[in-house]
Design a protein. Sequence first.
Length: 251
Amino acid sequence: MGKKTDGELPRSLEMLWGRTERRPRGPAQALSLERIVAAAIELADAEGLHTLSMARLAERLGCGTMSLYRHVASKDDLLVFMMDAAPGKPPVIDVAVDGWRGGLERWARELRSIYFQHPWVLQVNTGLPPLEPGQLAWLDSGLRTLADTGLSPDKKLAVILLVLHYVRGEAQLHVGLLRTNEHSSWSSQETQAWYGRTLARLIDAERFPALAELSAAGTFDPGDSSDDGTADFDFGLARILDGVGLLVRAR
């Protein structure tokens, strides 16, 4: 693929931004781009991204594979449409009521819920920063929580990216554990217990003194059966927001 000039976008993004017409639909054609994307999201949610193919999607929709290509040029384009649609609308946050911290905390929690609802999103890598209007709406929503903090534009972006990367990384760990348990007879607690026992056998205090201290203290033992990592998430998010608070007060 040649180097793109300024203002030139892939056709999938041109379609999302309404800068090019969608392919016409015949009178007897029941398919639409929206229906195709919704079915693809449902398939990825239920069975994982690795099961998604144009042939598998056509089977789910009850149509021929070639029919899909009247609306979606390739699987890569399909992923762009899915990444745009899956997050849905971002939360409407009233910073006058919640303040910047309450607003940003809510934004982070709702973003985390998106990753748990659509874990395949964590596997998609387009190689580009977000350009889909759906994803940019979430970025804009997060930035707006910082509107009255006095932070410079570059610091606002840095704060949102810090929170975004934390939420994404934390979700990656817990969603990965849940996915493992879906294909195993073990529960989350059994998996964690196995990890703790295995780690205790592998490490020794001389080579890994810090890890050995945690292991001896039972840090890796399984917690409450209903724990989805929320307590750890809350702790980490609070520390990040404490740091942002220091930055805001310094302004």
